[in-house]
Ligand binder design. Sequence first.
Ligand code: NAG
Ligand code: NAG
Ligand code: ZN
Ligand code: ZN
Length: 445
Amino acid sequence: MPSLRWVSWILIAHLFVLTFVRSDSSSYSNKPEEIPKKFLQFAKEPELFDWMVGIRRKIHENPELGYEEFETSKVIRTELDKLGISYKYPVASTGVIGFVGSGQPPFVAIRADMDALPLQELVEWEHKSKVPGKMHACGHDAHVAMVLGAAKILQKHSEELKGTVVLVFQPAEEGGGGAMKIIEAGVLDNVNAIFGLHIVHNIPHGEVAARSGPMLAGSGFFEAVISGKGGHAAIPQHSIDPILAASNVIVSLQHLVSREADPLDSQVVTVAKFQGGGAFNVIPDSVTIGGTFRAFLKDSMIQLKQRIKEVITGQAIVHRCNATVDFLENDKPIFPPTVNDKELHEHFQNVAGDMLGIDKVKEMQPVMGSEDFSFYQEMIPGYFFFLGMENETSGHLDSVHSPYFRINEDALPYGAALHASLATRYLIELQSKVTSPEQKQHDEL
Ligand SMILES: *[C@@H]1O[C@H](CO)[C@@H](O)[C@H](O)[C@H]1NC(C)=O
Ligand SMILES: *[C@@H]1O[C@H](CO)[C@@H](O)[C@H](O)[C@H]1NC(C)=O
Ligand SMILES: [Zn+2]
Ligand SMILES: [Zn+2]
C-alpha cells in the first residue's frame, strides 16, 4: 500500500508538472488572438527594430538587379546563420529559402523580393545607394528586412510553431519572373499557403489594404519591328513608309480595349516606345514600337496577346510593310493577375485586425499595376497586401519607382510582425481544422 501511494503521488506530481509546462510553453496558442499584438510589440523593441533598420540600410547602399543579388543574399544568409535558421542556397540563382519551426508539415510560406531597379537615386541621405545607376526604389530592401525580422520573431517561438514556416527570399521581381524560377525549383511543393506584402507611400503608417479576388492586373510586354523601304522623303512613291504604317498600327491597337473588351473588364494597351527615322528628309527602312498590356482575367490576357500580334502584322500589311512581333517572354515573362484567396482574405482580416484594429484594415480597389507574386497564387492559395508608411511628419512621399522614393522605417516592425503573425496563426488554424476533438484527447493521453 505505501509504495502504491508513493507511485500515485509521483504520478500526480508528474502530471502536474506536465500540465504546467504544457500550458506555459503553448501559452500563445491558447490565445491566438493575442499573438499579433505581442509580435508587434516585440518587433518594435530596439533589439529587433534597430537590427532591421541596419539590414535595410546596408542593402539600400548596395542595390543589385534581378538575378545579381549576390551580396544581398550573402547578408540574408549571414543573418540566418546567426539566428541558427537552416536554409537552402542557391535557389533560382540568388534566392535563399529558410525554414523555421518543426521542420515537419504543414508548411506555410512568407516571401520577400530582393532586387533593385536600374535607376539613379536622387535622395541625398547618409545611406544613399553607392552604386551609380542602381537604386532600391521599390522598397525590396525593406521587404527583405521585414522577412528577416519575422524570422527572428518566429525563431524565438519556433518550438511552439505547429509546423514549418518557409522563408522565401526571391530574386528578380522587377520583370524577371523570379517567382516562376522559385516555383520551378520546387520550393512550393507541399506548401499550403503563401503571404507577401508591398510597402506603399500613399497609405497611412499603421494601416494595411487589400482585397479578396483580383487585386493587381496581369501584365505582358511586346516589341514590334515594322519594316518598309527607305528612301527620299520628297519621292514617297519610291519608298514604303514604315512611319505611317506604325502610326496606323498604334491607332488600331487602341481599338482593342475600346471596341473588343468588355467595358466592365478593365484592360490597358499602351504603346510606350516609338523609334524610327533620324533625318527630316529621309524615310527610314524600319520603325520599332513597344509597350505593355494589362488585364485582370487570364483569358483577357491571352486574347489581348493574340490580337496585338494580329493587329500589328495585319495593319502593317495594309501599308505594304512587314512586321515581326516579340513578346519578350524569355526576359520578361507574362505575369498572371494577382488574385487573393477568399479564405486567406478572412484570415488576413482577422490577424491584421487583431494587431491594428479592424478600422486600420482597408478594402482596396484593384489597380492595374502587377506583381510576380501572382505566379505563386496560380500554384497555391496566396495573399498579397499593401502596408502603409505615410505619416504627418514624413511629408510628401514619392511613389515606388521614383528616384526620390524614401521609406519610413517605422513600417518595418509592422511588416515583420504581420508576416510572423499571419504564418503562426495560419498553422494554428490548420491544426485545429485537421485535428478532431477526439484525436486531440487521444494525443493528450
Ligand atoms: C515582306 O516580306 C515578303 C516575303 O518575305 C517580301 O517579299 C517583301 O519584300 C517584304 N516587304 C518589305 C517591305 O520588307
Ligand atoms: C514619420 O516618417 C518620417 C520619415 O520616414 C520618420 O523620420 C519619422 O520618424 C516618422 N514619424 C512618426 C511620428 O512616425
Ligand atoms: Zn517595382
Ligand atoms: Zn516592388
